[in-house]
Design a protein around this ligand. Structure first.
Ligand code: THU
Length: 137
């Protein structure tokens, strides 16, 4: 089953992201980040940022959410919201846009400051599986 974007409960998804942000490990930046996604089977997966004393190897909330997608049954992201622990809307960083594109594709919806937008707008002219020989995995 694939859920259409119009049945996504964005209020619930945003609240899940804020809740996930409370579990962040962010002693260096102090910024709690939570990500939440509706998957194509209707379940919600979440993630939080996990920082590291070696700053560059810290994990964004979207990274740990990608792990949760795989660990809880796989599938695809249909709709994604990222929020700070205080409820502010945060946009995925460039690297995480690539992650979301891989696991959600161009039609995956993202909560942005200018409204709900598909990944094809959030990461225009994306490099993706179709650019690999044989169309990727
Ligand atoms: N962060 C995320 O979790 N996701 C993003 O898309 C942007 C940045 C985190 C990484 C770091 O722990 C903190 O925000 C400050 O950069």
């Amino acid at each position: 089953m694939t859920l259409a974007g119009d049945v996504v409960d964005w209020a619930v998804l945003r609240a899940e992201a804020v809740q996930a942000a409370q579990l962040a490990y962010c002693p260096y930046s102090g910024l709690r980040v939570g990500a939440a996604a509706v998957c194509d089977d209707g379940r919600i997966v979440t993630g939080c940022n996990v920082e590291n004393a070696a700053y560059g190897v810290g994990l964004c909330a979207e990274c740990t959410m990608a792990g949760q997608l795989r660990l809880t049954g796989g599938g695809r992201f249909v709709a994604v919201a990222c929020r700070s622990g205080r409820g502010e809307l945060l946009m995925p960083c460039g690297r995480c846009r690539q992650l979301l594109y891989e696991l959600g594709g161009p039609d995956c919806l993202v909560d942005t400051p200018t409204g709900i937008l598909p990944m094809r707008h959030v990461l225009p002219d994306a490099f993706g599986p179709a650019n690999l020989p044989g169309g990727g995995a």
